[in-house]
Design a binder for this molecule. Structure first.
Ligand code: EPU
Length: 427
């Protein structure tokens, strides 16, 4: 069994460099299926989700080469299948982008139902509604989505809810459709803009990404080119919150400070010091911090993906804090794990109410999903004594070189892999 062993209670100090954005990369890589040329994609994060989506493209017949640790070359010129139904597809959430990309390329797609982190129902009705506005019919058949369009024609899509995935998926289907697509009530996350910039750099015509109305004029083909993925603002926010939670002083490098504004504002509100530079932010704090109210919202609101981490921080801040989760139905499953460290927290409907405690104590805790896993690591770094974190597969889906980056800023953290039979003997 894989474990992280953390001796907590150390201030994090020094510099950490942020990698490419996971949620941009996992859309841009399948977007390369639309390109009949060679795409070189730089600043790709070294995470398991990127490995999986790259393997799926290879299974589809694309030539995928790692030019160096963070640069991928993808040649999709000779793919000739629109069927993506392997176990790998079922393993990750972002494989739903294969629907938009294959539909855009072939007018047809067969894609297995996606997997991914489990925090309640994760419907894709808005994706399918968008495809249908472009003339595609979807049939669910034996665990697969089968999409077909006699001809893909631009349309007017009005989303009922703001969805990152649906916005990007419809964008993928629309770039090579005939005529103009208008997406209204679009999501505005930085990765939406990044996907649009990638596609535009390959010859697409997308305007308005980053606002709630996106206009896409279909083009016949997309050529190749080189593109660099934006920095991961959720990874950056993770280290900002960890720095504050340990009373540390960390320069978080290779970021776009504008993307971090909701996090910076909340950290300042609770008493941390945040200084913005051109492409870095410095976070320092003296503990204890103050309580706060937080509500997660689509961008530019406070990101749901940092909810488990801000909740962890507020659990040791003075006074009563309230964290309202408004994006996902069931993203407080990790609260029982947080209680193991000594957090005093109750969840009432979609709000966690926290009575700040003075300290956490080390314990054994599980990563229940990617961001909850990062929150457990953070709690362990903040706690007195030794902690063990298990279920690491979730964490490695989305955080590159986590131990290395944390060790560089002073954490006492070590990865071990105990064979399961030795675990049984030990028990
Ligand atoms: N929703 C619908 N119908 C849909 C799509 C979404 O009702 O067809 C609802 C969802 O149930 C949810 C809300 O809309 O309540 C937002 O969902 P969204 O579609 O925006 O989420 P997503 O695209 O599936 C991405 C990220 C998540 C992140 C959310 C919100 C990827 C691969 N995943 O998911 O990231 O939490 O946006 O920002 O981009 C993570 O990185 O840890 C992660 C889970």
């Amino acid at each position: 069994m894989e474990k992280l062993i953390i001796n907590g209670g150390r201030r994090l100090t020094g510099e950490v460099t942020i990698g490419g954005a996971k949620n941009a990369a996992v859309a841009i890589i399948p977007a390369a299926l639309l390109v009949e040329g060679i795409c070189v994609i730089e600043n790709v994060p070294c995470i398991d989700d990127v490995t999986v989506i790259s393997k799926i493209l290879s299974e589809l017949g694309a030539k995928v080469r790692l030019l160096n640790k963070t640069t991928l070359e993808i040649d999709s010129r000779h793919i000739n299948t629109f069927v993506a139904d392997s176990d790998l597809v079922r393993k990750m959430r972002a494989s739903y982008y294969l629907m938009g990309a294959l539909l855009g390329r072939f007018g047809e797609a067969v894609v297995s139902m996606p997997g991914g982190c489990n925090f309640g129902s994760r419907p894709i009705d808005q994706h399918l509604k968008g495809f249908s506005c472009l003339g595609a019919r979807t049939v669910e058949n034996g665990g697969n989505y089968e999409l077909h369009a006699d001809s893909l024609v631009g349309g007017h899509v009005f989303f009922d809810v703001v969805s990152v995935g649906a916005t990007m998926n419809v964008m993928l289907a629309a770039v090579r459709a005939q005529g103009i697509t208008i997406i209204e009530n679009a999501a505005k996350e930085p990765h939406i803009v990044d996907l649009a910039n990638f596609l535009n750099s390959m010859g697409a015509n997308i305007k308005g990404a980053g606002t709630d109305t996106i206009k896409i004029k279909g083009v016949e083909t997309l050529g190749g080119g080189t593109y660099s993925v934006i920095p991961d603002y959720i990874e950056a926010g993770t280290y900002m919150l960890m720095a504050a939670g340990t009373g540390g002083d960390v320069l978080v490098k290779n970021v776009i400070p504008k993307h971090l504004e909701s996090i910076t504002a909340k950290l300042k509100e609770i008493g941390a010091t945040v200084t913005e530079f051109d492409d870095s932010v410095r976070v320092s704090a003296t503990l204890p911090l103050r309580s706060a109210r937080v509500k997660t919202l689509p961008y530019p609101g406070f990101p749901t993906d940092l909810q488990p981490l801000i909740t962890t921080l507020l659990a040791v801040s003075e006074g009563t804090s309230y964290v309202n989760e408004s994006v996902w139905d069931n993203r407080f499953q990790y609260i029982d794990e947080l209680r193991r460290f000594g957090a005093k927290v109750n969840v009432e409907a979609s709000t966690a109410v926290l009575e700040g405690v003075t300290k956490f104590n080390g314990c054994s805790a599980k990563a229940l999903d990617l961001r909850a896993g990062a929150a457990m690591v953070m709690a362990a770094l903040m706690a007195e004594g030794k902690s063990e974190i298990t279920n690491l597969c979730y964490i490695y889906r989305g955080y590159e070189n986590l131990e290395e980056k944390l060790i560089n800023i002073g954490a006492d953290i070590r990865y071990i892999n105990v064979p399961d039979d030795e675990m049984e003997e030990a028990n």
